[in-house]
Design a protein around this ligand. Sequence first.
Ligand code: G3H
Length: 492
Amino acid sequence: PIHQREYLLNGEMRQWNGPVSEVYSPICVQGADGILERKLVGSFPVTTAKEALEALDAAVAAYDNGRGEWPTMSIAERIQCMETFVGKMLEQKKLVVNLIMWEIGKNLADATKEFDRTAKYIYDTIDTLKNMDRNSSRFRIEEGIIGQIRRSPLGVVLAMGPFNYPLNETYTTLIPAILMGNTILFKTPKHGSLLHYPLLEAFRTSFPKGVVNSLYGRGADVVPPVMQSGKVNVLTLIGSSRVADQLQRQHPKLNRLRSIMSLDAKNAAIILPDADLDVAVKECLLGSLSFNGQRCTAIKIIWAHRSIVDEFLRRFSPEVSKLTLGMPWSNGVQITPLPEVNKTQYLADIIADAEAGGASVVNEGGGETVASLFKPAVVYPVKEGMRLYREEQFGPVIPVVAYDDEEEFIQYLITDDHGMQSSIFGTNTDAIARLVDPLVNLVSRVNINAQCQRGPDTFPFTGRKDSAEGTLSVEDALRSFSIRSAVATKDT
Ligand code: G3H
């Protein structure tokens, strides 16, 4: 186990002798008495409001109203620091990948992909910033005035990441925010905290003091004082809409706070009567069950036309049941233990709710096997009024709805609180085109004959309604964490 007793504050690794939080893996091992128990991965400091405010002061001082060493450094120099960081990050790959696997139960292949994708994201961000920098030049705005447009930082950023992509999602906000000259406080998620520990030293030695500061401890203790201080200029959260609302309300000048967030989603797929069902089955399987359905971009409800719903289920259900369940280190395992405590009970409850309304599990799924391994379940026919119709399940349960008219699907999206992504499966290009226009105004990305997903990372990653604020693609993120400022010189 890794017992972390220090954290990054103002350029030093501060020792911690106070209380700690133990991290138990979703992965279970046989205890001495033969009973399966969650394995201890390690522990981390439970710092308090006091340490959180010290970290905030460090970030505020390093920014120094835009006069600090970091915000005034040239973009080329900042890029050099980031290149140093990513080099050091790569040296920690093996340990970080292992910790992703143990802390959140992501299978080894996907944990490795998460690490590699994050490193690539950093390099792509650096390249994009180099281009943006090259293109910012002085020009004559109008007769007698020379203008220069710059990209300037925003100030102090509070960055919070989720458990499902604890490295990638955290870094896709943290890295562009740092590169644009902001100073940072970052709060690690409870599941997915220890994997950040080996990288703190890389931050410490790559950037000036106070640029990156870590926050550990219970969110409810350390985040409110930071938000209430009014000194946070940007809140970036990949997490739940409920937490986003709470945090934003804590800021004394909510209207002055920039928020860049990716939140809840209930991505819906529609299967048209003429769809190629092999394609729909394959993409819906990947889309709804990669990493146990624990992705904001996962397909979370499938609408199949009544004329093909039986055939779709006849092909889809066995494929779902065929997925292999097991521990994340075994090759080829697709469904792994769920890290959130009580999650299996929650999933069982929403299935029971649908069953009470007349739906059933149509494959051999549902129910916990051992520990928190949950056999993926396909539930049909799901109808309005059932919890599965609207709630974001964030787990391996797939509700299927039968529809007669596409308008029912459009109305579902109109009345839903979310608006992240949608998928359309069909072969008639006119029918698809008829749906794309209304859909793209209800969600932020429409996928045709393809699953919902974030990548490629050059694509805008955002959402409508409760699903997001601001946009995160490689380039959008650099823009989101900065402001276009101008210098106008009179040509005398
Ligand atoms: O949980 C949200 C992630 O950004 C989803 O990313 O679509 O690449 O799995 P992904």
